[in-house]
Design a binder for this molecule. Structure first.
Ligand SMILES: [Zn+2]
Length: 335
């Protein structure tokens, strides 16, 4: 499926089909539909009756297989999630960047060297390509250097600079468009997302996120508490998070964006994530001690590797929120 803001990209891509590359590299910001675009292209490359504009028909056997995730000439290379690693020692104690491992790349390389089941083309989507570990990246590079006939790699990356330059240079790069603010807002409203503008801002302007109204309500309650810093209110925030059994990573991300806006207001006058709380943030920024603000951010960064911990969430968060209160301590004493 394509998103409304990708129509121009699709036309531009169709202009490049005369001469198919061995690999395309799609680049764009998080949460804007890069993977969906690559999958749509993969389906259209495998479709047995594509339309004149290369739209996959959605009806043929290849499309049906593709949509069921069972097309024999298609593979998707993605990292193992933390859940896949459950049971491995240490997997739950630190939050590791999920990486694409060499075993997975080897499996795909074997697949690329097979004879295709259908019309002769095989398609492999690699996403996120920047999460290839070094051995996996080198293995992928080898096959990109000597690509088997009729195999197309579609790499998807947010941070292309984190790819090996040698991989980048083997791919035809294709920057994907992000939606404008209005396009993103219209799309979210069409999905029935309440408070679309607030949600969009909180997600940094990228419209594709898991929308969880209950979690959003808690997040807003958390921000309300941060807007009125006091001993009792921060303790109740820690209690609230604890009661919901949220992993520490969740309130950490809430506080991180709040501090980002607080610091941003002092430095540039901009509020990125909480435009609905601009007034409250402005009042806080006027009272904030910047050294204490940096120290609070520091404490937050130090905790972030333990974001998936569910042990002592409350204690950790209480300690962090005490650091948050210190940002306003001097003005409280004066006033
Ligand atoms: Zn089809």
């Amino acid at each position: 499926m394509l998103f409304p803001w990708q129509q121009n990209d699709w036309r531009r891509l169709n202009g490049e089909r005369e001469r198919l590359p061995n690999a395309w590299l799609f680049i764009g910001p998080a949460g804007t539909g890069k993977l969906e675009f690559a999958l749509h292209l993969a389906q259209s490359l495998l479709c047995e009756a594509p339309a004149a504009d290369h739209e996959p028909c959605g009806q043929c056997e290849a499309c049906r297989w593709f949509l069921h995730g069972t097309h024999p000439d298609f593979r998707r290379l993605s990292p193992l999630t933390d859940d896949d690693e459950e049971g491995k020692e240490g997997a739950k104690t630190t939050r590791k960047l999920p990486l694409i491992k060499i075993e997975a790349v080897r499996e795909v390389i074997d697949f690329a060297h097979l004879t295709a089941h259908r019309a002769g083309r095989r398609v492999i989507v690699v996403e996120p390509a920047e999460n290839l570990n070094p051995a996996a990246a080198n293995a992928l590079l080898k096959i990109l250097e000597e690509p088997p006939a009729d195999v197309l790699f579609l790499l998807v990356a947010q941070a292309a600079q984190r790819l090996l330059p040698t991989i980048r240079s083997r791919c035809r790069q294709f920057p994907l468009s992000a939606p404008s603010h209005d396009e993103a807002l219209a799309w979210l409203a069409g999905q029935g997302v309440a408070d679309a503008a607030t949600e969009l801002a909180w997600h940094g302007g990228a419209p594709l996120f898991d929308h969880d109204p209950a979690l959003s309500a808690l997040r807003r309650q958390f921000a309300e508490g941060l807007a009125r810093p006091g001993f009792a209110s921060v303790l109740s925030l820690a209690e609230m998070v604890d009661k919901q059994k949220l992993p520490l990573a969740v309130p950490l991300s809430w506080l991180m964006k709040w501090l980002h806006d607080l610091a941003g207001l002092s430095l540039t006058g901009l509020v990125r994530y909480h435009p609905d709380k601009r007034q409250a943030l402005q009042e806080l920024a006027a009272r904030a001690d910047n050294t204490a603000l940096m120290q609070c951010m520091d404490s937050l960064y130090r905790l972030s590797p333990y974001g998936q911990h569910t042990l002592n969430t409350r204690l950790q968060l209480e300690a962090l929120l005490m650091d948050y209160l210190k940002i306003f301590a001097a003005s409280a004493r004066q006033g």
